[in-house]
Ligand binder design. Sequence first.
Ligand code: SF4
Length: 322
Amino acid sequence: MQWKELKARLLEAGSTRLTGEPAERFIARSAAGPGAGGSGAVFFSMGSHRVKLALDPLSTTEITHRGNGTADLYFNGTLISGRLLEPGFHCPDQAFITVTGSCIFRCRYCTVPAIGGRRKPIEEIIRMVESVRHRIHAISITSGVQESIGEEEAYVLEVVKHLAFFNLPLGVSIYPTEKTPDRLKELGVCEVKFNLETATPALFEKMCPKLDYDLIWQVLDRSVELFGKNRVFSNVIVGLGETDAELEACIRKLTAHGVIPVLRPLNPVHGLPGTPRPTAERLNTVFAMHERALEVAGLDTREALTMCTSCTGCDLVPGRDE
Ligand code: SF4
């Protein structure tokens, strides 16, 4: 089975059991993103490819740790040998840090509001980066919203100022004000991700009441002007009820605007009962659309230095998952 095909099937499953030797140092525990607040996740790699799987003792997929990261994946009667990757923070090769682990908004696919985490002081964030400095090539920052979008932006800007000291590529993904791209650019941030989350405005209204779809587009356009080609990203969740045609239109619009879409398979959550993860077949269809759209627009995911397009753990990424 080719890697892309295998990864689509693993992303459809979404989880694995973990057996064998103790593997604590390979377990990623996240305050944001897929699997946030769960019992952790592992990154399984085969050569330069990787996939992130949530840990679930009831999963039909199994990874057996043989020691020192060497691992065997058992999936549908096939054994695949590979490695477990040690996360920096949240993902391998990066310190991807959630500044504020709570949120005043209630987007229906998101677990952050339910976790209700705290805001990390700047000194703590610096210590976190220092502790993994030797095995990361980038710093990425995301955040919930503790009080208001403007107040959160101001705090994240302070964090970013302090992180310049590390002299590493820095990516930021927060809920923006219209000035966020300019302010981040001024501080030396190299990549930004502002998430559309849904393929259509109607779905956005349903999923993210109180947030502004048009503002995200406006901010994405300004970001492309400032940060340039291959430096601006936007998550769109696959599986919220959009049709393939709607998703393709959204992908095409993003790429035509110079934005690299991050097509994220839905993680089922309490807020969306009866909405399953997308199937491997759908993920393959979406991959083909995504690949064509990037090619037409002359965008290249291999240029990404930070955040999800550089990590590739949770999504199929044309140009990287080949
Ligand atoms: S793809 Fe993004 S959300 Fe997933 S593990 Fe990597 S950095 Fe985290």
